[in-house]
Design a protein around this ligand. Structure first.
Ligand SMILES: O=C(O)CCC(=O)C(=O)O
Ligand SMILES: [Fe+2]
Length: 255
């Protein structure tokens, strides 16, 4: 991959899926007023916290929280409540997920939509407050979610829209070292807090989460987010999901 941000078109989208370029940026995805409304709506929303070292607030749900020893039915039963929490934020600002789907569909020749299987739709569009940063991890459904329909994808991207940015810090670093850990049959590996040795010597690129923009990158590459200085009033507020490519070319979204 190169270390450059590209505009969105059918060619760059295919190259990003194939890990041939580092990132796509959609500048001005939302207006200043929409950003302000989104940040206020998110702050007023049903914020929960992940069970990881650094404090990350979120609205909605993450499929990977269901990856170990929980029946799949628990996941699909949790989707409507998460979608209602997100809907509350959208109603007071704008629908970033639908806008992103429309932007991708405008360039991609196959269907683009929220992932689903017989049990129902997945959830897409997790809102995050990650001012303290995010540890080194990789997001790759064939290993993280082998028993789900999204486990059949052959490429995975993440998109994030940034509604508010920190004055300093909050930079995302993506390491070009597609995650392929040794995995025993039937095992679902830990993908968070990865050993730095797996990215040693690999080229990397970093992007600034500028408010108003969307940035997409290939999430099979281990990535991390630096924290900002404590005590600032601005927060790193984003909404995003994954985008997987199924073998027939369809793009499916989930968080
Ligand atoms: O917030 C970011 O810049 C990246 C967050 C992340 O880890 C992801 O979208 O997979
Ligand atoms: Fe990630």
């Amino acid at each position: 991959m190169d270390a450059v941000e590209h505009p969105l078109d059918v060619r760059t989208l295919a190259l990003l899926l194939d890990n041939r370029i580092a990132a796509i940026r959609i500048p001005g995805f939302a207006s200043v007023d929409e950003c302000r409304a989104f940040a206020a709506a998110a702050r007023a929303g049903n914020i929960r916290h992940y069970s990881v070292g650094r404090r990350i607030g979120y609205i909605g749900m993450a499929q990977y929280e269901y990856r170990w020893d929980r029946p799949k039915s628990d996941f699909f039963e949790a989707v409507p409540a998460a979608a209602a929490d997100l809907q509350q934020v959208c109603a007071r600002s704008f629908d970033a997920v639908q806008r992103l789907i429309d932007r991708l569909q405008a360039v991609w020749p196959h269907p683009v939509g929220i992932a689903r299987e017989e049990a129902g739709p997945y959830f897409a569009g997790i809102v995050r407050f990650a001012s303290e940063g995010v540890d080194l991890h990789a997001d790759w459904a064939p290993l993280n979610a082998p028993h789900y329909a999204i486990g059949r994808i052959d490429a995975q991207l993440g998109w994030n829209f940034f509604a508010e940015e920190l004055a300093e810090g909050g930079i995302t670093i993506v390491h070009n070292a597609p995650w392929s850990p040794p995995v025993a049959a039937g095992e679902i590996p830990r993908s968070y807090g990865l050993d730095r040795a797996i990215v040693a010597g690999a080229p990397s690129m970093s992007y600034r989460p500028t408010a108003g923009d969307v940035v997409l990158f290939n999430t099979r590459n281990p990535h991390e987010v630096s924290g900002g200085p404590a005590g600032g009033n601005a927060e790193r507020i984003s909404i995003g999901s994954f985008v997987g490519r199924l073998p027939d070319g369809q793009l499916v979204l989930w968080s």
